[in-house]
Design a protein around this ligand. Structure first.
Ligand code: BT5
Length: 261
């Protein structure tokens, strides 16, 4: 289905699509302005980490949104985005193998999509708040499409994957982007109009580590606990020594066996 509102800006090379989208959003670019680049030279992850974005091997893009939600609901947009990516990827995999097992495509709170335990997509939200309201929200998405193993740096090779590595096919960037944006548009509109409770439910159903012992890096300290699920704002609920802790952001990892903290 066509999205009338879509304003797609394509670049051959850019520093970071998020930076460009933030700049345009600050200047008043309308919602559903999408900055798409075939290559990023300064693709960024969370906490100043690098996002590898080589030419023509994946979708590197950022979407400007201006959702009318409370500030403490921002995390929910992360969840809708990750679920939409999951749905897109699963659709692509099931086009090839009808019985592709949905349990293989998992969400790692708050912003990663993994297939068979390897990261295929990362999401980076950047928001601008004015007078206690969201002025703009830039949703940056990096989705690996056409990489072969050797296209990933040695640092991430073992933990990263792409659609090509999973299906053997080569994906057309523009067609893939269009298909994803159409799905994403509808998922966002639906969540904004009918509330986020189904979003939280489906995220929980598809998230990694539910009921398991995890470590969590909060920047200033590391803690560990058992994942109980998400609250209605999309925050992580962790049982730490019997006490419930609500976490808004951080890096999770699984603890197999003995704790290392
Ligand atoms: C993320 O950060 O996963 C968010 C990535 C967002 C990237 C998009 S691309 C379009 C838009 N413009 C930008 O400048 N950024 C957004 P984080 O959770 O911090 O994960 C970063 C980590 O993922 C890195 O430290 C690597 O370990 C790993 N990584 C880097 N590039 C990768 C890739 N292409 N595929 C899989 N893993 C990768």
């Amino acid at each position: 289905m066509k999205i009338d509102k879509l304003n797609l800006l394509e670049f051959a090379t850019i520093g970071s699509t998020n930076e460009k989208a933030v700049e345009l959003a600050e200047e008043g670019a309308p919602e559903w302005t999408v900055v798409f680049a075939r290559k990023q030279t300064r693709g960024k992850g969370r906490y100043q980490r690098v996002w590898e974005s080589p030419a023509d091997l994946g979708l590197w893009f950022s979407v400007v949104l201006r959702p009318e939600i409370e500030l403490n609901q921002l995390n929910l947009i992360n969840l809708v985005t990750a679920l939409s990516i999951r749905e897109f990827i699963l659709g692509q995999l099931q086009n090839q193998v009808k019985t592709y097992w949905p349990e293989r495509v998992k969400l790692k709170w708050p912003n990663d999509v993994l297939v068979e335990g390897k990261k295929i997509c990362g999401i980076l939200l950047e928001s601008s708040i004015r007078k206690n309201k969201i002025f703009h929200l830039v949703v940056g998405i990096g989705l690996n499409l056409n990489q072969k193993k050797e296209n990933f740096s040695a640092d991430i090779r073992a933990g990263a994957t792409s659609l090509k590595l999973l299906t053997g096919l080569t994906y057309d960037l523009n067609k893939s982007l269009e298909a994803f944006l159409s799905l994403y548009y509808h998922r966002i509109i639906k969540a904004l109009s009918s509330g986020f409770s189904n979003v939280v439910k489906s995220y929980q159903k598809n998230m990694l580590y539910l009921g398991e012992l995890v470590g969590l890096d909060l920047g200033e300290k590391k803690i560990e606990g058992i994942v109980q699920g998400l609250n209605e704002r999309g925050f992580l609920v962790l049982n730490v020594n019997g006490a419930q802790k609500i976490i808004s952001a951080g890096d999770l990892w699984q603890i197999n066996g003995k704790s290392k903290i």
